[in-house]
Design a protein around this ligand. Structure first.
Ligand code: UDP
Ligand code: MG
Length: 311
């Protein structure tokens, strides 16, 4: 199997037949492929239609989730069952264009991950494009992985990238960031984008906040998950040290100049800084224990291999 196309589908009964036809006409030029439709607990006729497609073609795989778990979970399910060496993801609502697939396949020969960029995005400005512009800017800044469009579903991955991923929340948009910390080569390519003609968008403005919270998690995991004591410890040491200087100063005042210090706000600040500092160091140590438990129980290595030569 050379190519797996993974498509999360949630209540897209009017889009699936057209999508499938257009997709197949592009994929027919590729020798070996499968299309994995992940039905994310649709309540309309989506599943029925997908089953119909599967009956007509053995290249179609349908994964039906028990309830609506969300797009990220649907991607994860598709990744788990994909058999291709290259995996392409896209939306089911025809906003992505199957005609872009050959271009992605061309680039994936040189890169490990190719991400679509909806350069001329056809979505409402205030509710979708503006929040997404801000989010993209912020994600680029925070993760240090510069992409124009994190939200685009149309992406291509080499197999080993997705097989090692664990996705949570709204995390699928952070895959390029997570992957590039593993040393994965990421490319971005402009792709076509169409307005949604049939069915309704499943998202509103509230997603922006979920994405921002996920960004905090991602950043935290990226920077500190393998070395919590260095993060919490350095904050703790800094805070304790400042507290120590303040208390030293106050002690000197008291004993050398014999000035009363009991009523000084500085005293409270000094004590607070030390207490907070000790807390931080404690949190760092707790974090270290968690990391140990995690890596030892999962036998998870602290490195990521690209390939093994001559074993
Ligand atoms: N989708 C899904 N589960 C969900 C929400 C969406 O599988 O809970 C699918 C949906 O069917 C579509 C894709 O994810 O194929 C993108 O969703 P949508 O078009 O609503 O998002 P938008 O393009 O408005 O950002
Ligand atoms: Mg859409």
């Amino acid at each position: 199997m050379t190519l797996s196309v993974v498509i999360p589908v949630y209540n897209e009964e009017d889009n699936i037949p057209v999508l499938h036809e257009r997709l197949v006409s592009v994929l027919e030029r590729i020798k070996d492929y499968e299309i994995i439709y992940v039905d994310d607990g649709s309540t309309d006729r989506t599943l029925e239609i997908l089953e119909g497609l599967q009956k007509r073609s053995s290249r179609v795989v349908v994964l039906s989730l028990r309830r609506n778990f969300g797009q990220t979970a649907a991607f994860a399910a598709g990744f788990d069952f994909a058999r291709g060496d290259v995996i392409i993801t896209m939306d089911a609502d025809l906003q992505n264009d199957p005609e872009d697939i050959p271009r992605l396949l061309e680039l994936i020969k040189e890169y490990d991950l190719v991400s679509g960029w909806r350069k001329e995005r056809k979505d409402p400005f205030f509710s979708r494009r503006l929040p997404s512009m801000i989010a993209n800017w912020l994600i680029s800044k925070v993760t240090g992985v510069r992409l124009h469009d994190y939200g685009c579903s149309l992406k291509a991955y080499r197999k080993d990238i997705v097989k090692n991923l664990r996705l949570y929340g709204e995390m699928h948009r952070f895959i390029p960031a997570v992957a590039s910390w593993y040393g994965v080569r990421v490319a971005e390519v402009p792709v076509k984008h169409h307005p949604r003609f049939k069915g309704r968008s499943k998202y509103g403005i509230s997603r922006t906040f979920k994405v921002l919270l996920d960004l905090v998690t991602v950043k935290f995991l990226q920077s500190f998950s393998t070395k919590p004591i260095q993060f919490f410890g350095s904050m703790g040491l800094l805070s304790s040290f400042l507290g120590f200087l303040i208390l030293l100063y106050l002690t000197a005042l008291k004993f050398i100049k014999n000035v009363p210090i009991g009523g000084r706000p500085l005293l409270i600040l000094g004590v607070l800084l030390i207490v907070v500092g000790v807390q931080f160091i404690g949190m760092g140590l707790l974090g270290e224990m968690l990391v140990r438990v995690y890596h030892e129980s999962q036998r998870k290595p602290i490195y990521v291999l690209k390939k093994i030569i001559g074993l």
